[in-house]
Design a binder for this molecule. Structure first.
Ligand SMILES: C[S@@+](CC[C@H](N)C(=O)[O-])C[C@H]1O[C@@H](n2cnc3c(N)ncnc32)[C@H](O)[C@@H]1O
Length: 191
C-alpha cells in the first residue's frame, strides 16, 4: 500500500479492502461519508480502478461538527468540533498525485445532503463521521440507496472514545430490523 492510513488500523484497512473487492460483483457505486484526508477513499479508488463503478466521497471540509450529549466520554476529549480539518482541494490533489480517478467529492454537512447527492444505487457505504448525529444522518441517507447485497460499514462502532456511533447504529438497526456484525471497531450491516 503506497500510503499510510492514519485513521483506520492496518487490520481494519485489510478488511475494508477485502469487503470492497467482494462488493465489485454487486450493483451500484461506493460511497464514503466522512472522508477526511482521503486515506480510505484512496484505497477504495484503487479497488475500483478499471471498473465501471464510481466512488463518491463526502465531508464538511470544515472538520468535525460540535458533539451532542450522546458523544460525551472521558476517552474522547480530543474529538472536538473543528478537529480533522482538511480542504477539498488537498483531497483532490492526493488522487491526482496517486494517478487515480478523482471521485465525486461533495462538501456539505451530512444533514444538508439529500438522496439526489448520492448515486442511484450503493454497493458499499463506508460511514466514518465519528459522532452520533453524523452517523444517524449518514445511515438515513444511505438506507434507501443500498443495492440488493450491498453493505454498510460503520467505523468506530466499538470505539469507547466515540460512544455516539454505537448509539446511532443500534437505534437504526433496531428500527430497520438489521443485524449488526462486527470486525475490530467496525459494524458491518448487510442489506
Ligand atoms: C475520522 S474522519 C474520517 C476518516 C476517513 N474516513 C479515513 O478513513 O481516513 C471523520 C471525518 O468526518 C467528517 N464529518 C464528521 N461529521 C460530519 C458531518 N455531520 N457532516 C460532514 N462531515 C462530517 C469530518 O469533517 C472528518 O473529516
Amino acid at each position: 500500500m503506497p500510503w499510510k492510513n492514519d485513521q483506520v488500523s492496518e487490520i481494519e484497512t485489510e478488511k475494508i479492502i477485502e469487503l470492497a473487492r467482494n462488493q465489485l460483483s454487486c450493483q451500484g457505486d461506493f460511497v464514503e461519508l466522512g472522508c477526511y484526508k482521503g486515506d480510505t477513499s484512496l484505497l477504495l479508488a484503487e479497488v475500483l480502478k478499471g471498473t465501471e463503478k464510481k466512488l463518491w466521497i463526502y465531508d464538511s471540509f470544515e472538520g468535525l461538527p460540535e458533539k451532542s450529549e450522546a458523544d460525551e466520554s472521558a476517552l474522547g476529549r480530543n474529538f472536538k468540533g473543528g478537529e480533522l480539518y482538511v480542504t477539498k482541494r488537498e483531497v483532490k490533489e492526493r488522487f491526482l498525485r496517486a494517478g487515480l480517478s478523482v471521485p465525486v467529492i461533495k462538501k456539505a454537512w451530512f444533514s444538508e445532503l439529500t438522496g439526489k447527492d448520492l448515486p442511484e444505487e450503493v454497493a458499499l457505504a463506508f460511514l466514518d463521521g465519528d459522532f452520533y448525529e453524523s452517523i444517524r444522518d449518514s445511515l438515513k441517507l444511505v438506507e434507501s440507496k443500498m443495492a440488493e447485497g450491498g453493505i454498510i460499514v460503520v467505523h468506530d462502532y466499538q470505539n469507547p472514545a466515540l460512544p455516539g456511533v454505537a448509539k446511532a447504529v443500534e437505534e437504526w438497526a433496531r428500527e430497520q430490523k438489521k443485524t449488526i456484525k462486527t470486525y475490530q471497531s467496525m459494524a458491518i450491516i448487510n442489506n
